[in-house]
Each structure stands twice: as C-alpha cells, then as structure tokens.
Design a protein around this ligand. Structure first.
Ligand SMILES: [Zn+2]
Length: 471
C-alpha cells in the first residue's frame, strides 16, 4: 500500500508520489526555528512531526533530503538584538546551539541541510531582482521592496492557494511591512526592508540600498536553492499557512522558475497546535514550557518525544504532565518486553518478522496514523509477554521480534531506555580497540574484544564501523 498524506493545497488526502520520475528520492523542507529565544514545546511538536515524516519516508525506501532553515534575521530577532546590545550573530548563535541540543534530546535526526538566512543574502537579493524584472515586485517610496499581489494575480497566478481570501477587502496600494499579519489585512508584503535607525547594525547592501530581507523571501530562496524550484514536501506548523506559506508560494511561483506545469511544492503538510493542560500555552497562565523546563521536572527527552508522537499531527493535542507520566509507564512496558526478548534471543539471529512491520506500515501509510501504529506495537508487546511467560518463544523468534522492533524504531526513534544503553566505560574500550586495529596491533585489539565480552558486550564490525551488541 502506498503512503497517503493530507495535502493542505488540495484539502484532501492524497497518495504520495514524489516528483522524481524514478520514484526514489524525496525532498522535504520544514520551516525551522526563529532563533530569538529558546524554542517551546509547541515548536518542538512541529519538528518531531517533520522528523517522523523524514524517518517514515526513509523506512519506505526513499532517499530523503531534509532541509530545515534557521531564521536568524527577522523582526523579532532585531528587536531582541536591540534590547540585548549583543551583535546579531552572537545573539542568535546562543539560541541556535540550544535548539540543536534540544533537537538531539528529542531524538530528532539532524536535517541534512540547515541553511541560515544571513548566509543566503545574495540568493535572496537575486530572487527579489527576478520578481522586479517580471513586474511583480516594486520599490516603494520608503526604500523597501514589496510584492505586488495585484500584479501577481494579473500574471495569471493564484494568490490564496492554501487559504481562501477575500480580495474585495484588498485596497490597491496598501502595504504591510511587518512579517506577521492577518488575512483581514491582506496587502502587498515586504521582500526587502529598507534600513531603519532601530535596525542598528543589522543590514546588508543591496541594489535598493541598505536593508534586510523580509522573513517570507528567506524560505523561498533557501528551499529552492537546496531542493530546486519544485520539490516534494513543505512542512510547518498550521500557524504558518498564512501569510508565511502563502507568500512563499507567491514569491517562488511568481519568479517563474519551475518547469512547465510544476508547482513550487507538491505536498503541503501542516501540524496542528499544541495546547498545554487544556489551554493555549502562555507565560501568564503558567503553562508555557520549553523542553528544558520539562527536563528540569525530571522528564526525559524520550518520554516527551513519545508523548508528542502519540497524537495525530492534524489533531490539536493537549499536552499534559499527566500525559508524560503515562508515557513513562507505557515506555516501561515496552522496555521490559524488549529486555526479556534480549535475554531469550541471546546470540541468535533471524530475519525480521514482516507481518508486524506490515501492520505498522499500513497504519502509518494512512496519513501517518500514529495511534494505530502504536496500537500495533502495544498489541504485539502484550502478545509477546504472554508467549514469553508461557516459554513459547524460541531464541530465533525472539531475535526476529527484536529485529522488527529495530525497523519500527527507525521510524519512532524512541530508542533504548537509559539503563539499556551502553555504559560509559564501554565506549572508550571500543575506541581503543579501533585504534589498535588501525595500528595493526591485532593482538591488543583481540584482547580488548575479549575484555568487552567479559563485560557482556560483543563488537560487530559493520561497513559503517564497529557496533556494540549486548551478549
Ligand atoms: Zn519558512
């Protein structure tokens, strides 16, 4: 069965068919963090969702190119930089590092490309120049460059592909300089913002004078540079549908760089909001959590990831501390079952149990129905526990079960519980053995291998390097 996804562009669930005629590669762009502060748990819901999409496409056999930008210049950042007095790069660098740490804590795979807006100013300027050449963008009296919605529509393109818009409200000549605005204030939006005194040192030279890019054009320029003018999947939180994503389409398709008949993006996927304890997250309500706040309360990245992955991406999800405690219990059941299987399997090896992975993938093929996929996993845990209690599991069956869990976990990325992880003393030994092997000191390498064996670990040499396996 093929993967089906809900495409915001068509408002329907569609079969996923990549643009690659060979059907082998898939490109994903997900709008990344604005590094003006530490990201909150609502932001991370989107990034865990993007990680799930990427991992599942890989599970389905696609060679995925995953791009996530770092927005390191826009309105909010400039305001914070002004308040802090620190140079732009120094200010954003701190939050970028924190973000990458958080991503890792949550078990997200690092995107293949993480372009920074400030390192793509020339691509952004070229794209704006092209829009001006085509008569779709213009320089206004304030020195800024704006995207003309009227001219764009006049060129036969549609503005309002992701949302329905009321053009009767639009008064010609009206402009909006802020990056964020509501549908009701539909107006020409800024591509390049002329330097203002409050921008301080945050500016670049351009054909239109000193200034900086608008937020929307950053994503158009960086996504098309890395994935090409037409690519498969664009992801983001639902709050980005308008104006950000609508404007990305307008800029990218307005530039007319796509091959005939191809859209800028084939599938637009949007993750729903996250509520915390039944309410919209807000600092004043005391329900605003960063990942670090939750870790400080004793929860693990693994528990938080699991909880985020139990809800369908299109459902508004109520994130609660009670839910995290329940996540801990669910994971303990899973860990216990895996530990028992490991005990029974011993050194046995077997091919994965394909019926389980088929059920799992049938669930995820259905627009990433994670609840159904977890049901498959926990039904399997229950049945496995029953068979283990009755001593009805052979070593080979246990090995086959563990093998299929590896496949499932390549998608869920839950991993092993901390206790099952490799103890600190083991890794240095493995590295010493690797160094001995490289130095052709095979006697020492073998001695270390034996020492590891005594400690309960077996080294497997794979094409990707040595791998530790519990005996
Ligand atoms: Zn974006």
């Amino acid at each position: 069965m093929g993967l089906k996804l809900f495409n915001t562009l068509t408002r329907s669930v569609e079969e996923f068919a990549p643009l690659d005629p060979a059907g082998e590669t898939a490109g994903i762009y997900c709008c990344g963090p604005t590094v003006h502060d530490v990201a909150h748990i609502g932001n991370f819901r989107t990034f865990v969702f993007a990680d799930l999409v990427r991992r599942y496409l890989q599970f389905k056999g696609y060679a995925v190119k995953h791009v996530m930008n770092i927005t390191d210049v826009e309105d909010k950042i400039i305001k914070r930089v002004r308040e802090s007095g620190a140079p732009l790069r120094q200010y954003t660098g701190r939050y970028e590092v924190a973000f990458l740490e958080d991503l890792q804590t949550l078990g997200c795979l690092r995107p293949h490309h993480m372009p920074r807006a400030t390192e793509h100013i020339s691509e952004i300027i070229s794209l704006i120049e092209r829009l001006i050449e085509r008569g779709i963008a213009y320089k206004a009296a304030d020195g800024s460059v704006y995207f003309s919605i009227e001219k764009y529509r006049g060129s036969g393109r549609k503005y309002g592909q992701l949302v329905k818009l009321n053009f009767d409200e639009l008064r010609p000549g009206e402009r909006v300089s802020s990056d964020e605005y509501a549908k009701e204030s539909l107006a020409d939006f800024a591509l390049w913002k002329a330097r203002l005194p409050e921008d301080g040192e945050v500016f670049w030279p351009s054909p239109w004078g000193e200034g900086r890019p608008g937020w929307h054009i950053e994503c158009s320029a960086m996504s098309m540079k890395i994935l090409g003018p037409s690519f498969d999947l664009h992801l983001g939180g639902e709050d980005l549908i308008f104006p950000h994503h609508e404007d990305e389409i307008a800029q990218s398709e307005g530039a007319g760089v796509q091959p005939e008949g191809r859209p800028f993006v084939k599938y637009w996927l949007h993750g729903a909001h996250l509520m915390v304890e039944g309410k919209k997250m807000s600092k004043s309500l005391g329900n605003f959590f960063t990942l670090r706040d939750l870790l400080a309360q004793g929860f693990t990245g693994r528990e938080i990831r699991y909880l985020l992955l139990t809800a369908h991406y299109r459902e508004t999800f109520n994130f609660t501390l009670g839910g995290l405690t329940a996540a801990r219990t669910a994971l303990a059941r899973l860990d216990e079952c895996l530990a028992k299987l490991r005990e029974v399997a011993g050194n046995a090896a077997a091919a994965a149990d394909s019926s389980l992975s088929d059920q799992f993938s049938a669930a995820l093929d259905d627009d990433l129905n994670v609840s159904a996929a977890w049901r498959v996993v926990f039904d399997w845990v229950r049945e496995t526990n029953r068979l283990l209690t009755d001593n009805q599991f052979s070593a080979a069956q246990a090995a086959a079960a563990l093998e299929v869990w590896q496949q499932i976990d390549s998608v869920f990325g839950i991993g092993e519980k901390a206790g099952a992880e490799v103890p600190g003393e083991i890794h240095p030994l493995m590295e010493q053995r690797e160094a001995a092997r490289k130095a052709k000191d095979f006697k020492r390498a073998d001695a270390i291998r034996e020492e590891l064996k005594v400690k309960g670990w077996l080294i497997e040499d794979t094409p990707k390097g040595p791998r530790l396996k519990r005996i």
